[in-house]
Ligand binder design. Structure first.
Ligand code: GYE
Length: 324
């Protein structure tokens, strides 16, 4: 071979990543038997999300026989579409998708289907006309979570006049849609409940704080905050305290997720109700892949069992035994 051509070819090989140094196997032997899973994750917007990522990484580890390719979409649906296309190009064995929003998945999932790659949906749901575009779904009943919060409000706050500040999650995500629908049903059923503010805080602490600061600056009276996740609730607490208000006393704070920090805040009296949402889907996804590997058909929809916590039901033991 031409002396000049060889280094050029070598560099090209390395850049394209298609081949390796002479005599080295293309894939390290230990990795050759691993099941390759591409996981398109929403982002890192909350403690819930980080616990979910960790759960997937732990369950789908090399020791357990997996190679997990994680893609963080920074809460952008378009980034997830690109990630899925990359997974298809890489020829992964399975795709796991935690979708940001419910809509817009038809095309890319048809591509995965055409490539013969099973797609497992976790956490939020997708809305597609053909349910064959995904193998199965594992997650929470978000409408039920919203209804649970409303039932608690009925029992604990009754028909007293409520001025409700509603901090929503990512608009268009199942978690937002279900929890908002629950509250809307409560608002319809109670003439004395008033919605005084509603906006999306994107499930982040920073945005939750920002929105609460805006409400406080406006001088809008309120006595309930309905925060669609814990991180926005933490932001709201910071804003309330900075304004000299005491969460739990001056305002009833309702939240979702029930991560360990939030449960601690129930004990301290700052959060009044936290509806549980379990992020530990890693072992559930692994069990589904094992079923598929054995040629079995997993359940199409699996709803995770969940409860709620308030000062009456929460114990120190629950907090210490919490996995997230
Ligand atoms: O409540 C929130 C996270 O989709 C259930 O997303 C999940 C939600 C969760 O960012 O904290």
């Amino acid at each position: 071979m031409n002396k000049l051509l060889l280094p050029v070819l070598l560099i090209l090989c390395l850049v394209l990543g298609g081949c390796s140094a002479p005599n080295a196997p293309a894939v390290p032997e230990a990795e050759a038997d691993l099941i390759v899973v591409g996981f398109s994750q929403v982002g890192a917007e909350s403690d819930w999300r980080n616990a979910n990522t960790l759960s997937m990484q732990t369950a789908l580890s090399a020791e357990n026989g997996y190679r997990l390719i994680l893609d963080d979409a920074q809460q952008k649906m378009e980034k997830q579409v690109t990630a899925i296309r990359n997974f298809i190009n890489q020829g992964v064995d399975y795709i796991v998708l935690a979708p940001t929003t419910e809509r817009g998945w038809e095309t890319v999932l048809s591509e995965a289907k055409a490539a013969g790659i099973p797609v497992i949906i976790v956490d939020r749901m997708i809305e597609v006309s053909d349910a064959e575009l995904f193998t199965c779904w594992i997650g929470s009943d978000f409408r039920r979570e919203g209804d649970t919060a409303v039932r608690w409000m009925e029992q604990h706050l009754g028909d007293t006049p409520l001025e409700i500040v509603h901090l929503q999650g990512n608009i268009g995500s199942s978690a937002q849609i279900g929890r908002t629908e629950g509250l809307d049903a409560g608002l319809d059923a109670h003439r004395s409940w008033n919605l005084v503010f509603r906006d999306s805080g994107d499930f982040t602490q920073a945005k939750g704080q920002e929105l609460m600061e805006a409400v406080l600056a406006e001088g809008t009276p309120f006595n309930v905050i309905f925060s669609e996740n814990d991180n926005m609730a933490y932001g709201a607490i910071d804003a309330l305290k900075a304004a000299g208000l005491q969460p739990g006393k001056d305002v009833t704070l309702i939240s979702f997720d029930s991560s360990r920090t939030a449960l601690g805040l129930i004990l301290e009296g700052e959060i009044s109700l936290d509806v549980e949402c379990n992020p530990l889907h890693g072992p559930r996804v692994r069990a589904v892949i094992e079923q598929l590997e054995r040629g079995e058909t997993p359940l199409k929809y699996t709803y995770v069992e969940e409860t709620f916590f308030d000062a009456d039901t929460l114990t120190e033991e629950t907090i210490s035994g919490r996995g997230y």
